[in-house]
Design a protein around this ligand. Structure first.
Ligand code: ADP
Ligand code: MG
Length: 285
């Protein structure tokens, strides 16, 4: 090949890379050609370098955009979770969840535990794994979810909103139980849960046991109907440790806040008013 035909070819490659929207390969082209000229790499290696670099850039962009769409409040990872701080938590179970089969099976994962035990961290980390694997994810605290459903209902767009919230393959609903749900909110949440039932996976985090959901949703009938859907095809992960947030100041806290708390994940067994014992247990909890 003469010098002029080879430079015409390089121009052609440059033109193609622009047309194919491959900015990283274009940026790397001159340096890669120099490496070929200097005998450091051969043609096949050069093609490999250019394509790998371009793919890496695209993957990063895709993940960044998908993380934005997922509305994760922060990015957390499984690698960043210190399992030794939560000995009650089975690392293998979390690693199995990170394999993401639960998403294909449209299952519901419940992460239960007292505040600061890493529920949101793990939910976010699993969501990040899902995004990396190309799954669509949406993350929202329950209070915000109920607020947007109530707004949609007022504006006559509830069906569209529910359809939108059914589009992602993983819906993460964080912070069930921190705030009492506004009146009618349990019913709206039920409509969404019912629409996703056996169709789309969910991760739910809660600092309250299932027996307390009647109280959380202000309606034991709605709570029972919710749990009926949410405990069928479900994985319940119970964390029974102390708060990671407070670990450095644990010695300053009263015993009741420092010791391991326990949530009973039992669902309510009956509809209607709680028995005297259930009432007593709830008051204590
Ligand atoms: P929860 O949702 O259970 O209230 P978070 O997941 O928000 O708790 O955890 C509180 C903070 O502590 C977060 O910054 C989280 O990343 C961190 N954290 C909690 N548990 C762990 C852990 N075992 N290893 C590393 N960081 C943790
Ligand atoms: Mg949380």
């Amino acid at each position: 090949m003469t010098l002029s035909t080879s430079s015409a070819r390089v121009d052609n490659i440059r033109h193609s890379l622009v047309g194919l929207k491959m900015p990283r390969a274009l940026e790397m082209l001159d340096a890669t050609l120099r490496q070929i000229e200097q005998g450091q790499i051969d043609g096949i290696e050069a093609i490999d370098v250019l394509l790998t670099e371009e793919l890496f850039l695209r993957e990063n962009r895709r993940i960044k955009a998908a993380l934005r769409m997922a509305r994760l409040p922060v990015v957390k990872t499984i690698a960043g979770f210190d399992f030794s701080f939560q000995p009650s938590l089975d690392r293998n179970r979390i690693m199995a969840l990170a394999g993401l089969d639960f998403i294909d099976r449209a299952e519901v994962v419940h992460l239960l535990g007292p505040p600061g035990t890493g529920k949101s961290h793990l939910a976010t980390a699993l969501a990040v794994e899902a995004v990396r694997a190309g799954k669509s994810v949406y993350f929202i605290p329950l209070a915000d979810l109920v607020a947007i459903l109530a707004k949609a209902e007022r504006e006559g767009t509830l069906r569209e909103k529910i359809r939108f919230l059914c589009r992602c393959s993983l819906l993460v609903v964080d912070e069930i139980g921190y705030l009492p749900v506004t009146p009618g909110g349990g019913n709206l949440f039920f409509q969404l849960v019912n629409a996703r039932y056996e169709k789309g996976a969910m991760i739910l985090t809660s600092n309250r046991g299932f027996a307390e959901w009647g109280e959380v949703f202000g309606d034991p009938v709605v709570a029972t109907a919710l749990l009926d859907r949410l405990l069928h095809h479900a994985v319940v992960v119970q964390i029974e440790g102390s708060s990671y947030r407070m670990r450095q100041h644990a010695s300053l806290l009263p015993d009741t806040m420092r010791t391991t708390s326990h949530i009973t994940p039992n669902p309510p067994k009956r509809r209607g008013r709680p028995s005297a014992k259930e009432k007593h247990d709830q008051d204590q909890g």
